[in-house]
Write a protein that binds this ligand. Structure first.
Ligand code: PMV
Length: 346
C-alpha cells in the first residue's frame, strides 16, 4: 500500500485496520529539491563553532524534483548496531548512525535498524542527495515507530541531519521559515504551477568539498558574507511573491541573482570554493541566451557543477535540443516540479 505522506503524517491512518498491523519495515521515497533562494551558512559558523541543531542563517525557497529520489527502507535489526545495504561510503553511513542516535535518544527508542538506501541519481554531486536522504530517513523512522509526528516536527528533525532536508518533507514549492528551530512549509503545491526541470549533469564525481565545511569557510573568510546575509530576506520575499503570482520572469531574475550571489560569496572565501566547471558556465550562457530570445527558462546551481534549468513545459524540447550537444554536458535528466514523499509500510 502506497499513500501520500501528508496524510500519514497528520496521523490519519488511511487503510482500515492498518494501525493494528505489526509492521517490520517502512519504505519511503523522498525527492531531492533545488534551492532557488539558497540556504548558505549556519547560525554559528562565523564564530567557528558548528551549530548543534544545524540551524540555517538564511531562509530558503525550493522546488521538489519529482523524479530524483532516495528510496530508504528501515527495518528492525536483531543486533546491537545499525547495518547498511547501500553504496554510501563509511563517512556517510556514520553520519546516518549519528542522526539515528539523536532520534533514538529523543524518542526513547532502543532499537537498531537495517538501512537500505538508494539514490536514483548521482550522490554527493550537488544534486541534494542529503536532502532527499535525510528526509526519507526521518519519515521512515516516524512511520516504522508509529510516532505520528506532525510535518513541522518532521521538517525540524530532517533539518538537523541536513539543512536542505527540511524542505524535502514536502513536495512542490517550499520555503524554510527561520526561527530557533527552523522548519519548512509548502508555499503552493506542484499542481498549482506545473513547471519542468532539466538537470544538466557536467560531473558525476563527488564534490571535493562538502557544504558544511564550505559554509563554515565562507562565513569565516569571505568579505561578502555579511552582504549575503543582509540582502537575503529581500530575495526571499521577491521569490515568494513571484511564486504566488506565478510570475515566471520575476522568479527567473531573483533566482539567478541569488544563485550568482551565493557562488560569488563562496568563490571569495579563502581558500576559494569554486564548484563550476567550463560546462557549467557554457550551460549558464546558453540558458541566458535562450531567455533573451523569449524562451522561458532560467538556471540555478547548488554546491556542485551541475546546472538545474527550470522552464515552462512549452520550452522543454527546445531546451533539451540546445543542451544535448554542449561540450562537457554528460547527461540531461528531465523532470518536473513535484516530489511529495511516499510512505509504504510492510
Ligand atoms: O543541506 P546542505 O548542508 O547540503 O546544504 C545545502 C546547500 C545548497 O544546496 C547549496 C543550498 C540549499 O539551500 O539547498
Amino acid at each position: 500500500m502506497v499513500y501520500a505522506s501528508q496524510r500519514i503524517l497528520s496521523g490519519q491512518v488511511l487503510i482500515p485496520g492498518a494501525h493494528f498491523m505489526d509492521h517490520r519495515s517502512a519504505t519511503v521515497s523522498a525527492a531531492a529539491n533545488i534551492a532557488l533562494i539558497k540556504y548558505w551558512g549556519k547560525t554559528s559558523d562565523a564564530n567557528g563553532h558548528s551549530s548543534p541543531a544545524n540551524l540555517p542563517a538564511t531562509g530558503s525557497v525550493s522546488l521538489g524534483m519529482e523524479d530524483l529520489r532516495t528510496t530508504t527502507t528501515l527495518s528492525f535489526a536483531e543486533g546491537a548496531s545499525d547495518t547498511f545495504e547501500s553504496s554510501l561510503d563509511e563517512a556517510a553511513q556514520q553520519r546516518i548512525v549519528r542522526f539515528l542516535d539523536r532520534l533514538r535518544e529523543r524518542f526513547d527508542c532502543r532499537d537498531h535498524f537495517h538501512i537500505n538506501t538508494q539514490n536514483n541519481f548521482p550522490t554527493g554531486t550537488g544534486l541534494a542527495s542529503s536532502a532527499s536522504g535525510f528526509a526519507a530517513l526521518t519519515l521512515a523512522f516516524n512511520a516504522l515507530l508509529k510516532l505520528d509526528l506532525n510535518e513541522t516536527l518532521l521538517s525540524q528533525l530532517a533539518r538537523s541531519g541536513s539543512g536542505s532536508a527540511a524542505r524535502s518533507i514536502f513536495g512542490g514549492y517550499v520555503e524554510v521559515v527561520l526561527s530557533d528551530d527552523a522548519h519548512a512549509q509548502q508555499i503552493i503545491p506542484a499542481e498549482s504551477w506545473p513547471l519542468d526541470i532539466v538537470v544538466a549533469v557536467t560531473n558525476s564525481a563527488a564534490k571535493a568539498i562538502g557544504s558544511t565545511q564550505a559554509m563554515q569557510r565562507t562565513a569565516q573568510t569571505s568579505p561578502y558574507y555579511e552582504q549575503w546575509l543582509s540582502s537575503h530576506s529581500d530575495d526571499m520575499q521577491s521569490a515568494k511573491n513571484a511564486i504566488s503570482a506565478k510570475d515566471f520572469d520575476r522568479l527567473a531574475e531573483v533566482s539567478e541573482h541569488n544563485c550568482l550571489k551565493m557562488h560569488a560569496t563562496i568563490m571569495t572565501a579563502q581558500p576559494p570554493v569554486l564548484y563550476w566547471l567550463p560546462a557549467t558556465l557554457a550551460v549558464m550562457h546558453e540558458v541566458t541566451a535562450m531567455r533573451a530570445a523569449g524562451i522561458p527558462a532560467f538556471y540555478s546551481i547548488d554546491a556542485g557543477a551541475q546546472v538545474k534549468i527550470i522552464c515552462e513545459p512549452t520550452a522543454t524540447d527546445t531546451l533539451l535540443a540546445r543542451l544535448k550537444d554542449l561540450a562537457g554536458v554528460t547527461n540531461l535528466i528531465q523532470t518536473r516540479v513535484g516530489g511529495s514523499p511516499q510512505v509504504h509500510l510492510t
